[in-house]
Design a protein around this ligand. Structure first.
Ligand code: KG4
Ligand code: ZN
Length: 356
C-alpha cells in the first residue's frame, strides 16, 4: 500500500510517500519539504497570505520530487491524502485542492486528514505503539492531552485555555529578539543560561485536571526582561530563556501527572504508553523530563524522531494510510476547515486564543 500525503496548513510545504511495510525503517519511501521560514522571518511570525502564495509556488514541484525520489508514478499510488484542517485556511485550501485534483484525475481515493491526527499518529510510523495511548500534543497551535483510543477516536483530557506552548516559545523569543520560529532559538541559548535566575509564575500548577495556561507567562517574561534595564546583556537573555524553558517544563510535568491519573481511570491497560508529539516535542529538555516522568509512573515512553515532530508530509501520508486501510475515505466535497477539534465532544474553551 502506498499513500501520498500533502501538508500545507501552516508554514511548511511538505509532501511524502509512505507504505505499510512491516519494517518501520522502510515506511517513509520519500519526502520533500520546503520551509518558508525565510519568507516569514522578517515579520517575526507567519503571514497567512505569504504562506498561501508560497504553498502555491512550491507544492507541484514537491509532489513531483516526492514521486520521482520514490521511483513512482501517480498510477502506482493507492490513495492521496492531504491536510484538510485545522490551520491557516488559505494554505489548507491549496493542499486540499491539489489533492482533490490529483484524486479526480487519477481516480485514486482522497483522504482528508486532520492535521492533529497527523501529529497524533506520527509516532506509529517509527514505533508500533498500540492503542490506547496517552498523548501530549504540543505544537505552535495546540497544547492538549488526549487519549488516542484508535484511528479517528480521541478523548480530550485537557487543553490550553489561552495560548499553546509553542506559541509561548515563539512570543518569548520575539521579546528576546531571537526571531522566528522561537522554540529552537530559545532551546539553543538556554544552554548558556542560568535557569534558576528568574522565578516566573507556574500557571495552573497544583490545580486539578490537566488544562494549561501560558498567556500570563508571556507578561512575566516581559516584566523580567524590563527588570534587566534598557539594554539587557546576552547573559540576561540566556538566563531568561533558560528560566522560561524550566518553567514551561515544570508546568507540563505537573499537568502530565494529572493526565496520567485520568488516563489510568479510563483504561485498565497492563502496558501503558505515554507519547509526545508536535513541534515542541523536538525540545530535548521536554523529552528528557517526560522520559523520567513516564518511568516514575511505570509507563512506556515514545516520541517520534525529531524530524517528524515539526510539521511534515510523512505524518499526513501516514494518517491517510491508517485511515485508508480501515476504509475511511472522503469524497471531493470534503471541506477545508480553519478549526477542527480531534474530540468533537469536548467543550470548547471560550478564552483560548486563535491558535490554541
Ligand atoms: O507542529 P509544528 O511544526 O506546527 C504546528 O502545528 O503548530 O510546531 C511548531 C512549533 C513552533 O511554535 C516552534 O517554536 C515549536 O513548535 N518548536 C519548539 C522546538 N522546535 C519547534 N519549541 C521548543 N523547543 C524546540 N526545540
Ligand atoms: Zn503541526
Amino acid at each position: 500500500m502506498r499513500v501520498l500525503g500533502i501538508e500545507t496548513s501552516c508554514d511548511e510545504t511538505a509532501c511524502a510517500v509512505v507504505t505499510d511495510a512491516a519494517d518501520p525503517s522502510r515506511r517513509i519511501v520519500s519526502h520533500s519539504l520546503f520551509s518558508q521560514m525565510r519568507e516569514h522571518a522578517p515579520y517575526g511570525g507567519v503571514v497567512p497570505e505569504i504562506a498561501s502564495r508560497a504553498h502555491i509556488e512550491h507544492l507541484d514541484g514537491l509532489v513531483a520530487a516526492a514521486l520521482s525520489d520514490a521511483g513512482l508514478e501517480l498510477a502506482d499510488l493507492d490513495a492521496i491524502a492531504a491536510t484538510a484542517g485545522p490551520g491557516l485556511i488559505g494554505g489548507v485550501m491549496v493542499g486540499l485542492m491539489t489533492a482533490k485534483a490529483l484524486s479526480y484525475a487519477t481516480g485514486k481515493p482522497l483522504i482528508a486528514v486532520n492535521h492533529l491526527e497527523g501529529h497524533a499518529l506520527s509516532v506509529r510510523i517509527s514505533d508500533d505503539v498500540p492503542f490506547p495511548y496517552l498523548l501530549l500534543l504540543v505544537s505552535g497551535g495546540h497544547c492538549q492531552f488526549l487519549i488516542v483510543e484508535g484511528v479517528g477516536r480521541y478523548t480530550r483530557l485537557g487543553t490550553t485555555i489561552d495560548d499553546a506552548a509553542g506559541e509561548a516559545f515563539d512570543k518569548t523569543a520575539k521579546l528576546l529578539g531571537l526571531g522566528y520560529p522561537g522554540g529552537p532559538a530559545i532551546e539553543r541559548i538556554a544552554k548558556q543560561g542560568n535557569a534558576a535566575r528568574f522565578n516566573l509564575p507556574l500557571p495552573l500548577k497544583g490545580k486539578p485536571g490537566c488544562d494549561f495556561s501560558f498567556s500570563g507567562l508571556k507578561t512575566a517574561v516581559r516584566l523580567a526582561l524590563e527588570s534587566c534595564g534598557q539594554s539587557p546583556s546576552e547573559q540576561d537573555k540566556a538566563d531568561l530563556a533558560a528560566s522560561f524553558q524550566r518553567t514551561v517544563m515544570a508546568v507540563i510535568l505537573d499537568r502530565a501527572k494529572n493526565a496520567i491519573a485520568l488516563f489510568d481511570a479510563a483504561h485498565d491497560a497492563k502496558d501503558r504508553h505515554f507519547v509526545v508529539a508536535g513541534g515542541v516535542a523536538a525540545n530535548k529538555a521536554l523529552r528528557d523530563g517526560l522520559v523520567n516522568l513516564a518511568a516514575d509512573h511505570g509507563m512506556h515512553f515514545t516520541a517520534p524522531p525529531m524530524a517528524l515532530c515539526t510539521d511534515n508530509g510523512a505524518m499526513i501520508a501516514w494518517a491517510g494510510l491508517e485511515r485508508f486501510r480501515l476504509g475511511m475515505v472522503d469524497d471531493l466535497e470534503a471541506p477545508a476547515r480553519a478549526r477542527w477539534p480531534l474530540d468533537s465532544l469536548a467543550a470548547p474553551k471560550p478564552y483560548a486564543g486563535v491558535k490554541a
